[in-house]
Write a protein that binds this ligand. Structure first.
Ligand code: P1T
Length: 392
């Protein structure tokens, strides 16, 4: 089956007792057993729920994975992967990742004796150099949040495969949230685990928080599944239903997102108040050639640096009507975010500056509204930036 067909049908059969075409929301915490251990495969809803099973089968199909597990948030999904590790283990992580991921690693898992090195993972040789005997995971985001840089998944997978330094072969984890499975399937390129915040493009309507982990390896799946139940950060059935429903239109939404994002990126690149635009679809992007090779499109996220530093950003933020100032991304409506004070505020300023997450950086999640309306909205907003306009 091709992608759009899987998005609508994978894991979903008409409900057998009534024929209902939509997967029901099995709002139950437990299941009656006919006799001791005589049941229909469901015992307790933390362990299994039919709405969740349908979602997990659909998510696995979209990532060409053997297995998928779903969670109550993207960070809960990340925590499930971190549960694979023990005190003394080491993780090599890309240096441009969601601020909450950085916080989870630096403020939570570090306290449990796990160490981290953050490196520019767009250069696979830097990943190779950072691997130590204790390294158990290599963790990438691509495209990255918020700088939209790319990592060459295949090149990093080869580094991990050929590594001779680590005592146990590390697993390669790719956070595929920004691309969505519509544009990229990291397992096909050699990743061991894919993680998603399904809150974003998979859910697609800014009405649900959730996460997912996909993999092909039986050994990894057994441990991840064990921890999904033992730790218990599972999504509720209504949330699973919302994500299943969102996924049905993922293919058409992503096409619309990226068409609008390209137009917005091209518009901003020509604007006199804009210093730099980051969008993998622009020939000026340093990883444009890799994006063409690795992805099936360039996605719906655009970041840019406005002239005038932090003051420039402050004057612009909140001036638009269609681009709402809010955290998150990947919904049908357009959002704008100031990473240094919002999504990436937990990263110390020196580290942010060193990575290019500067005070004048603005991140757009370009929605699927009318393209002309979106550009007009940005134009009207930029025209209100007085200090900058005067300095022009
Ligand atoms: O918010 P949650 O569902 O827990 O997902 C965390 C997460 C994981 N990975 C990436 C790449 C993400 O962008 C996120 C969440 N990001 C935002 C809320 C944001 O505005 O960037």
């Amino acid at each position: 089956m091709k992608f759009s067909t899987k998005a609508i049908h994978a894991g979903q059969e008409p409900e057998p007792t009534t024929g209902a075409i939509m997967t029901p929301i099995f709002q139950t915490s437990t299941y009656v057993q006919e006799g001791l251990h005589k049941h229909k495969g469901y015992e307790y809803a933390r362990t299994q729920n039919p709405t969740r099973t349908a979602l997990e089968e659909c998510l696995a199909a979209l990532e060409n994975a053997k297995y998928a597990l779903s969670f109550g948030s993207g960070l809960a999904a990340e925590g499930n992967i971190m549960n694979l590790l023990s005190s003394g283990d080491h993780v090599v992580c890309g240096d441009d990742v969601y601020g909450g991921t950085y916080r989870l690693f630096e403020k939570v898992w570090k306290r449990y004796g796990i160490s981290f090195d953050f490196v520019d993972a767009s250069d696979a040789s830097k990943v190779a150099k950072a691997i130590k005997p204790e390294t158990r995971l290599v963790w990438l985001e691509t495209p990255t949040n918020p700088l939209l840089r790319l990592c060459d998944i295949k090149a990093v997978a080869d580094v991990v495969k050929n590594d001779k330094t680590a005592k146990i072969k590390p697993a390669l984890v790719v956070d595929n949230t920004f691309a969505s499975p519509y544009l990229q399937n990291p397992l096909d390129m050699g990743a061991d685990i894919v993680v998603h915040s399904v809150t974003k493009y998979l859910g697609g309507h800014s009405d649900v928080v959730g996460g997912a982990v996909m993999c092909n390896r039986d050994d990894l799946y057994e441990t991840l599944k064990y921890h999904q139940n033992a730790v218990g950060a599972v999504p509720g059935p209504f949330d699973c239903f919302l994500v299943l429903r969102g996924i049905k239109t993922l293919a058409v939404r992503m096409e619309a997102h990226q068409k609008n994002a390209m137009a917005v990126a091209q518009y901003l690149e020509k604007h006199p108040l804009v210093e730099k635009v980051m969008y993998p679809g622009l020939p000026s992007h340093p990883h444009h050639e890799l994006a063409k090779k690795q992805m099936r499109g360039f996605g719906g996220m655009v970041s840019f640096v406005i002239k005038g530093g932090e003051e420039g950003a402050r004057q612009f933020l909140g001036t638009t009507k269609l681009f709402s100032l809010a955290e998150s991304l990947g919904g049908v409506e357009s959002l704008m975010c100031h990473p240094v004070s919002m999504t990436h505020g937990s990263i110390p300023k020196e580290e942010r500056d060193a990575r290019g997450v500067v005070d004048a950086l603005i991140r757009l999640s370009v929605g699927i509204e009318d393209q002309d309306d979106l550009i007009k909205d940005l134009e009207t907003g930029l025209a209100k930036v007085k200090l900058l306009a005067e300095a022009k």
